[in-house]
Each structure stands twice: as structure tokens, then as C-alpha cells.
Design a protein around this ligand. Structure first.
Ligand code: 5RP
Length: 252
């Protein structure tokens, strides 16, 4: 479906329920409206961000955008952007970005995020932490009352060395929240999932609210085997949510 058409004529098919992917595409297209020629852009990872990158590529090809520099947050996004002819660079050459667009796995009422179920949390956090604006794009299923509230994983990237030891430490850290720590396994080969940085991912599942996110994040980062966690606290500046009733843009 054409997301631009879906957005501009909401009454064209009032009975049809939009698929999750169509909602993701609508949020992504809305975010691309923030992109201007000459910008240095953080390019996110995942099925929602993919729509935004496709749209940026399309606008470049149509001559409606020019002089964009993209900083990809994963090898898969790097490949997608290259295939679309988006000029690419990195943080070494562009340490300050104008704007980043990316999806999220969970968004709480304060616009704190869980990211990394797609495995790219480290590069996402490095790049999105350097942006003047960070636009998060989600369908409404990603909205939660609190971080961990979806019952799905909060990922932590760790070094492979003695991963069981680090997983045990992580689980113990959140024992009061009923935490279960599981090594992520690649569905492709049944082996541990390896990130773009050569690391493993431990997925944390919580039975209860973990409370103070900053304190939780700091405690995770104090463990020696940990590289980064998937809580993006106070980072999003704009949130675009696509739902059955339309698109909402929240400015943080
Ligand atoms: C990848 C991410 C993604 O942004 C997140 O998993 C959302 O993915 P999708 O847009 O496919 O639902 O953090 O590391």
C-alpha cells in the first residue's frame, strides 16, 4: 500500500483494518517529512526504519532531496542505503548529526524506549546519542505503561567471554523484578546470535516494573562483561505513532 496515499485520504477505505506493516510505513513516511536537503542523517534499523530509508532513497532519486549524508546503524541498513544510492559516512567523519529516524520495541509514557530486539542497539545508541533530533517511529502496539511492560525482551549486548557468568549477574541484579536472562539464539543457524560488533545478546524478561530506569541502566553498565543495554532513556525528541485512528506526533 502507498503510505502517502493512506495518510492523505484517511476516508478512502474506512472499513479496512490496516496491517501492522502499513502502520509502520505511515509513521515512517511522516518522519521523513522532517528531513531536509543537506542534512546528516542517522539511519535506523528494523522493519519500520526500513520504510523511512526507502522513502529517503525515493525522494533523492526524484530530486526532492539533495546532499544527504546517511550514517547507518547496522550492516543491514548500510547495505539497504547503499542499494538506494544514499551517500554514507560514519561518526568519525560526522560526529554531530542533524536528525535520526528509527523504530523501537517499546515506548513508555515518558518517551523512554527499549530497542535492540533487532540486535543493533549499540550502534543505534552511539549514533542516536549524537543527533540534534531523534525521531522515533512506531505503530501503536509498541506503546507500554512501563519499560519491560510488553513482557518481551529488554536486550543487553555483552562480550562472548564467559557469557553465562554475565547472564547470571544480570539475572541476579533484577531478582526482585522476577528477571529471566536468556542468551539470544539465531533462528538461522541455532547458534548464539552475534551482533555487528562480534558480541552476544542477553535478553532480559521482567515480571514486574524495574522502577528507576537510570539506576537500572547504570547498574547494568557497571558489570564488566556488559557492552550496552537497550534502554534509551531521555533520548527521543519526537515520537510518531501510527494507529487505526491516525498518526500522532509527540514532541518531547
Ligand atoms: C533494532 C531496533 C529496532 O528499531 C526495533 O527492534 C524495532 O524494530 P521494528 O521496526 O522491526 O519493529 O531496535 O535493533
Amino acid at each position: 500500500a502507498n503510505a502517502a496515499a493512506l495518510m492523505s485520504s484517511p476516508s478512502s477505505s474506512p472499513q479496512r483494518i490496516l496491517s501492522q506493516d502499513e502502520l509502520k510505513k505511515i509513521a515512517a513516511y511522516k518522519a521523513v517529512e522532517f528531513v531536509e536537503s543537506g542534512m546528516v542523517l542517522g539511519l535506523g534499523t528494523g522493519s519500520t526504519a526500513k520504510h523511512a530509508i526507502d522513502r529517503i532513497g525515493e525522494l533523492l532519486q526524484q530530486g526532492k532531496l539533495a546532499n544527504i549524508v546517511g550514517i547507518p546503524t547496522s550492516t543491514i541498513t548500510h547495505e539497504q542505503a547503499l542499494s538506494l544510492g544514499i551517500p554514507l559516512s560514519d561518526l568519525d567523519n560526522h560526529p554531530v548529526l542533524d536528525l535520526a529516524i528509527d523504530g523501537a520495541d517499546e515506548v513508555d509514557p515518558d518517551m523512554n524506549l527499549v530497542k535492540g530486539r533487532g540486535g543493533s542497539l549499540l550502534r543505534e545508541k552511539m549514533i542516536e546519542g549524537c543527533c540534534k533530533k531523534f525521531v522515533v517511529i512506531v505503530d501503536e502496539s509498541k506503546l507500554v505503561d512501563y519499560v519491560g511492560g510488553s513482557g518481551l525482551a529488554m536486550p543487553v549486548e555483552i562480550v562472548p567471554f564467559c557469557w553465562k557468568f554475565t547472564a547470571h549477574k544480570l539475572q541476579s541484579l533484577f531478582a526482585e523484578a522476577g528477571c529471566d536472562a536468556k542468551l539470544r539464539i539465531s533462528p538461522q543457524n541455532g547458534k548464539p546470535y552475534v551482533t555487528d560488533n562480534g558480541n552476544f545478546i542477553i535478553d532480559l524478561y521482567f515480571k514486574k516494573d524495574i522502577g528507576d530506569l537510570k539506576a537500572a541502566g547504570d547498574a547494568i553498565l557497571r558489570l564488566a562483561g556488559v557492552v550496552e543495554h537497550g534502554m534509551f532513556i531521555d533520548m527521543a525528541t519526537t515520537l510518531i505513532v501510527a494507529g487505526e485512528l491516525g498518526v500522532t506526533v509527540w514532541i518531547g
